[in-house]
Design a protein around this ligand. Structure first.
Ligand code: FPP
Length: 259
């Protein structure tokens, strides 16, 4: 099936998004930053909905970083309120559409009401299989890596883990994203060319897409354009074009010989 030039059979399995520009969107309109976040929530709904419709399997959203705790109290409070409201209101839709919710980050720092809403939604949606939405809340990539390192070190000290046996899978398996495939595509809105402490280990081979569009204006059309651009990229994973051509040729020959 094709949609706006998009090949729905070659979608990224996992899309991760750094949702940036809510504050600038509001400032440009003489509105409060909180109003920008409110509009940003509408974009979240639109992108989750579109992802589900076209068949994206995993969608990660960087909703609140560990650094965001340093924002003014009222802004943090408002963001927490929006998150809680989102979780409460969207739960029924997640159940209807088979969406599983996961969270990455330091949940202990979240206010009780948000944590309870989060845990309740995660528990309620745990068996849903159509799509997984991963909310990064009080998350930072470095903090994820530090917590993983502490865990492996403790296991080694207790004699349950041979340090020489640590490999990439042992590391991936102890990050908050354990069991989730690495993002194929990382989108950042509002034009900044930074990763801002989002997934660090996980984006080793992700394709990057940066758009100047501010997050509250990032809606279906923009999203489909990002996915279409992704489909133009050739992912080489460190190999040469010629090696990829050979691999492709072999797989075509192998499937031809089977049929
Ligand atoms: C960045 O804009 C955005 C955030 C810090 C928060 C993202 C939150 C939402 C989109 C709303 C609620 C989320 C969910 C999942 C319901 P910014 O404030 O850094 O913008 P600026 O760089 O222009 O100041």
């Amino acid at each position: 099936m094709e949609l706006d030039g998009l090949d729905l059979n070659r979608l990224p399995q996992h899309v991760a998004i750094i949702m940036d520009g809510n504050g600038r969107w509001a400032k440009l309109r003489g509105k409060s930053r909180i109003e920008g976040h409110r509009r940003g929530k509408t974009s979240v709904r639109a992108i989750v909905e579109m992802s589900r419709k076209i068949g994206i399997r995993y969608l990660s959203l960087y909703a609140f970083s560990t650094e965001n705790w340093f924002r003014p109290r009222e802004e943090v409070h408002a963001l927490m309120g929006l998150l809680e409201h989102y979780l409460v209101v969207e739960q029924a839709k997640m159940m209807r559409y088979g969406i599983r919710l996961l969270a990455v980050g330091d949940r202990e720092r979240l206010p009780g009401r948000v944590r309870r809403a989060l845990e309740q939604t995660i528990a309620q949606t745990r068996d849903n299989q159509r799509m997984t939405v991963i909310l990064a809340l009080s998350y930072s990539g470095r903090d994820d890596i530090v917590r993983m390192a502490r865990h492996l070190a403790r296991e080694a000290r207790a004699g349950r883990l041979d340090p020489e046996a640590i490999d990439e899978d042992s590391v991936s398996g102890q990050l908050d994203t354990a069991g989730v495939p690495d993002p194929d595509l990382l989108i950042r809105t509002s034009g900044e060319l930074r990763i801002s402490n989002f997934f660090l280990w996980q984006i080793a081979y992700s394709e990057l897409y940066v758009t100047p569009t501010l997050w509250p204006d990032f809606r279906e059309r923009e999203y489909l354009a990002a996915l279409a651009e992704y489909q133009q990229r050739r992912r080489r994973f460190g190999r040469t074009d010629e090696q990829l051509d050979q691999t492709l040729l072999h797989s075509v020959q192998a499937s031809g010989s089977k049929s």
